[in-house]
Design a protein around this ligand. Structure first.
Ligand code: ZN
Length: 152
């Protein structure tokens, strides 16, 4: 399989061309900046959290197609979820992109996010896909320092 077909599925290209929830929030309660030095992806995630639920979320930044599409789809999926549900999804997403779960399980838990399962075969791309999730987690935890994917 070529990287093109495997990795850059139409839904990913589409989110890259027309990212959802892309922009800045005027009154966010939580935010964090993330940076993936391996690729140069940079993004900021801003959230409005009320009663432990993500009421609104936006992101903006500069990154490759995978990082932008991943952030776009993440914002769609986590809106309306509780903080704990988001952290649980992050765990599932990480397991998927690092190839630790079988594809059937992945599809069940992650739904449309499972289009990113292809990155597990491309180690340099894993960090692109997961950057937005690390940034979301930092924002949820109120971490003030910018995070990078090289901190692990
Ligand atoms: Zn990237």
């Amino acid at each position: 399989m070529t990287e093109q077909r495997d990795l850059y599925q139409e839904i990913i290209l589409d989110h890259n061309r027309n990212p959802k929830n892309c922009g800045a929030l005027d009154h966010c309660t939580h935010s964090a900046n993330g940076y993936n030095p391996l690729c140069g992806d940079k993004l900021q995630v801003q959230l409005v959290i009320k009663d432990n639920v993500i009421e609104d979320i936006k992101f903006h930044g500069n990154g490759c197609a995978i990082s932008v599409a991943s952030a776009s789809m993440m914002t769609q999926v986590v809106k309306g979820k509780t903080v704990e549900e988001c952290l649980s999804l992050f765990g599932d997403f990480r397991e998927m992109v690092t190839g630790n779960v079988c594809p059937m399980e992945t599809a069940k838990k992650l739904g449309k996010l499972s289009v990113f399962s292809g990155v597990k075969d491309y180690p340099t791309r894993i960090k692109c896909a997961i950057l937005c999730w690390h940034t979301l987690k930092a924002a949820l935890h109120g971490e003030e320092d910018d995070i990078t994917t090289e901190d692990e």
